[in-house]
Design a protein around this ligand. Structure first.
Ligand SMILES: Cc1ncc(COP(=O)(O)O)c(C=O)c1O
Length: 397
């Protein structure tokens, strides 16, 4: 059988592949410390689980409307208003099987063959591949360490061509943990306002913030930008619901309707039980979120301090999400067992095979100088991983 060109031109998710390799090593009894997964280590809060159990017991186990049940779309509209200052009607919202799915159908709905999509580095691994699935061209916009890996207005302006269809913004960022301030967003708005470019704003980490950082939705800053933005969010990260597969997005009615058409031929609807649980997540008590962020914060401080204490390693303190994205390039060119550490992939292979620590190579995020370490895991695991990395770097010649 011949695999289609569409699937042949995309790469497998490097984060999922690294996590799978680490899990397979663990299953063989090897003591691997995993800092690669992009999911909170906490259980889904009890009130959310109970809402799902109630839905099952009440027989809420059938197909639902394609874009999600009205009650959930209403809860999402209320959330956008309350948290983001965004006025969306329930019809302007579509619920998908995770934000990953929602972003893919948004891209497939907007992108034609030859359209360009601007993706600043470091980017979430899936964006360029999603653009390729839709037949578009990912335009990778290099950002600089000088601006803490955030795109500036000048950089954005330079990357725009007549073919630019979408600009993808992700704040707080996976993998860098950087959060765009209101001023930084306003500078981008100024550039985008003079164009007809659409914006996909991926805000899935909006609640995971530290050091007083604030999240702003770009769509809330300007009415023209609002009319061209798809705002994406979900429950995976905020409520530790990665397995429930619920994400959602909001945008102009005609786009959301077109996405619904695609979704109707694709998944029919997101899981009914997960939708019921999501209503409780959004409308119910929020104290579990605070508890998780507090724990992440303690781990973040420890991890970043330990990373910066490693010789040659530089790590900007992230102010959102649950990843550190240190620069390890000072160690590239060094050797282990006669093999040269040529870049982030070789460094991660060394750390996994030799030191039994799973972290993700930066090259998958468009930044080969870096490695991504998730701190959504126990303090004990982080300590053990850093001890091993420290020891590992000393072994390099
Ligand atoms: C930046 C970003 N966007 C979207 C997603 C997708 O999340 P989900 O599909 O679980 O809602 C992730 C998950 O890792 C992410 O890091």
């Amino acid at each position: 059988m011949i695999i289609s060109k569409c699937v042949s031109r995309i790469e497998e998710s490097i984060t999922l592949a690294t996590t799978a390799k680490a899990k397979a090593m663990k299953a063989q009894g090897i003591d691997v410390v995993g800092l690669s997964a992009g999911e909170p280590d906490f259980d889904t809060p009890e009130n959310i689980k109970q809402a799902a159990i109630k839905a099952i017991n009440e027989g809420f186990t059938k197909y639902t409307p394609t874009p999600g049940i009205p009650e959930l779309r209403k809860a999402i509209a209320a959330k956008f208003k309350r948290d983001n200052g965004l006025e969306y009607k329930p019809e302007e919202i579509i619920v998908g099987c995770g934000a990953k799915h929602s972003i893919l159908i948004a891209i497939m709905t907007l992108v034609d063959e030859g359209d360009e999509v601007i993706i600043p580095t470091p980017y979430w691994v899936s964006y360029p591949e999603m653009v390729k699935i839709a037949g578009g061209t990912p335009v990778i916009l290099e950002t600089s360490a000088r601006n803490n890996l955030k795109v500036t207005a000048e950089e954005l302006k330079k990357s725009i061509t007549p073919k630019t269809k979408i600009f993808i913004l992700n704040s707080p960022s996976n993998p860098s943990g950087m959060v765009y301030s209101r001023e930084e967003l306003l500078a981008l708005v100024k550039v985008l306002k003079d164009t007809n470019i659409n914006i996909i704003s991926d805000e899935i980490y909006e609640k995971i913030l530290y050091d007083g950082a604030e999240h702003h939705s770009i769509a809330s800053l300007d009415p023209q930008i609002f009319s061209r933005t798809i705002t994406v969010n979900g429950v995976s990260k905020t409520y530790s619901m990665t397995g429930w597969r619920i994400g959602y997005c909001a945008g102009p009615l005609e786009v959301i309707k077109a996405m619904g058409k695609l979704q109707s031929q694709e998944i029919s609807n997101p899981c009914s039980i997960s939708q019921a649980a999501t209503i409780e997540a959004l409308n119910g008590p929020q104290d579990s979120v605070k508890m998780m962020v507090k724990a992440f914060d303690e781990r973040r401080r420890y991890l970043v301090d330990r990373l910066n204490a490693l010789q040659g390693v530089k790590c900007v303190r992230p102010s959102g999400a649950f990843y550190a994205f240190p620069d390890f390039s000072a160690h590239y060119g060094r050797k282990w067992n006669g093999k040269v550490i040529t870049g982030s992939v070789a460094m991660c292979e060394f750390l996994l095979d030799e030191m039994k620590v799973a972290v993700v190579p930066g090259v998958g995020f468009g930044a080969d100088n870096h490695l991504r370490l998730s701190y959504a895991t126990s303090m004990q695991a982080i300590t053990k991983a850093l001890d091993r990395i420290e020891e590992g770097l000393k072994k390099l010649s």
